[in-house]
Design a binder for this molecule. Structure first.
Ligand code: FES
Length: 368
């Protein structure tokens, strides 16, 4: 049996009568688009043809954008909770220079079909559980925190959480009303909003300004004893990590969401040079079984680069081994793969590799 879509309104079946979303085979259908704050919208999706969403709070999905000039892939953090598995939501702030956010705002409506991949990512309390949490974010960095808090409110509502969000102005605090409602339901949830500037639209009488040691201590006097999750622009994350590090915080309990593609890309290219200098692969054949294509992989090139040279389409987003979008099944042969968390040990044991950071050392056969 499957979940039937009537227009855009799904009729849910019990979970045990459906399978988890398989992004290799199933599209998503947008069920709603909601305004959250100025230039911020939440896009909620169901599985086309029926299914439920199996993920960890804080993970992200990769969305395929049908932009002019070819498909693009962009990663967006999930803001919904896996405790409500019939739907998945991403919350996006429009960025004037971003093709991806513009495309989403202009093209995705209730009823739109969207191809997406995942969920992926290691920024989740499921991998780093604590007895007490500090969720600290700036701007749209609030989205993974919201997923984790929604999950805790359903599954562990008594847990001790301090939730801090920094925004430019009070009206730009995303999810503010829902957070205030959650604080009434969760007896040990403490909220700390930190706008940087006042505004006529939304008067503010609380603490203001950029995060520093003094404000962090006022909002979380016991931050040294908490599992800390931090997400936001790089300067914000650098400031928070510098504050807690200077206090002697055990950084094994500090986690931040990072898409530091530049340094990772440099590492990947360095590794590529090393492979060439080692003289190991010298033009090995990559067979793309699903496309019935073969292509010689030049020394130091990845499976993704080889696929492109052969005209074989493998979806990719970060191209740095982070997002997991380019995961493919390797049927035979050996590769050197230097990933950055985009693939699990179980997937590697099952034969999967990330095409963007895997370099063949023997002829390989790939399902693509
Ligand atoms: S494209 Fe992101 S892991 Fe390969």
């Amino acid at each position: 049996m499957t979940m039937m879509l009537t227009g855009t309104t799904p009729t849910p079946l019990p979970l045990d009568q459906m399978k988890p979303w398989n992004s290799a085979r199933q599209m998503l259908v947008c069920t709603s688009v909601t305004d959250e704050a100025p230039d911020v919208k939440t896009f909620t999706f169901a599985v086309e043809g029926g299914g439920w969403f199996n993920y960890m709070p804080g993970q992200f999905i990769t969305v395929e954008l049908r932009a002019k000039g070819g498909d693009l892939h962009r990663t967006y953090t999930v803001s919904s909770s896996p405790s409500r598995p019939y739907a998945i939501a991403i919350t996006i702030k429009a960025q004037p220079t971003s093709i991806g956010t513009r495309w989403m705002f202009e093209n995705v409506r209730s009823g739109s079909r969207v191809r997406a991949y995942g969920p992926s990512g290691h920024f989740t309390l499921s991998r780093n559980p604590g007895k007490k949490y500090l969720f600290i974010s700036a701007g749209s960095g609030i989205t993974p925190m919201m997923s984790m808090l929604r999950w805790l409110s359903d599954c562990a509502p008594d847990i001790d959480v301090v939730f801090i969000n920094s925004a430019r102005r009070p009206e730009e605090i995303i999810f503010r009303e829902e957070l205030e409602l959650l604080a009434k339901r969760m007896p040990n949830l403490s909220l700390g909003f930190l706008p940087e500037a006042r505004s006529v639209a939304s008067p503010w009488a609380g603490l203001m300004g950029r995060i520093d040691r003094h404000k962090l201590s006022m909002l979380t006097p016991d931050f040294m004893g908490r599992e800390i999750f931090c997400c936001g622009p790089d300067p914000f994350m650098r400031a928070v990590s510098a504050i807690v590090r200077a206090e002697g915080f055990d950084m094994g309990h500090y986690h931040q969401e990072s898409f530091g593609a530049t340094s990772i890309a440099e590492t990947v290219h360095k590794q590529a040079r090393e492979i060439v200098l080692d003289g190991k692969p010298t033009g090995v054949t990559v067979s793309f079984l699903g496309s019935n294509e073969e292509q010689v992989c030049e020394p130091g090139k990845t499976i993704l680069e080889t696929a492109r040279a052969a005209g074989v389409r493998i979806p990719a987003a970060c191209e740095s081994g982070i997002c997991g979008t380019c995961k493919v099944l390797k049927r035979s042969g050996e590769v050197v793969m230097h990933h950055n968390g985009g693939i699990s040990d179980q997937e590697i044991n099952a034969g999967y590799v990330l095409a963007c950071c895997s370099r063949p050392t023997t002829p390989v056969e790939i399902e693509a």
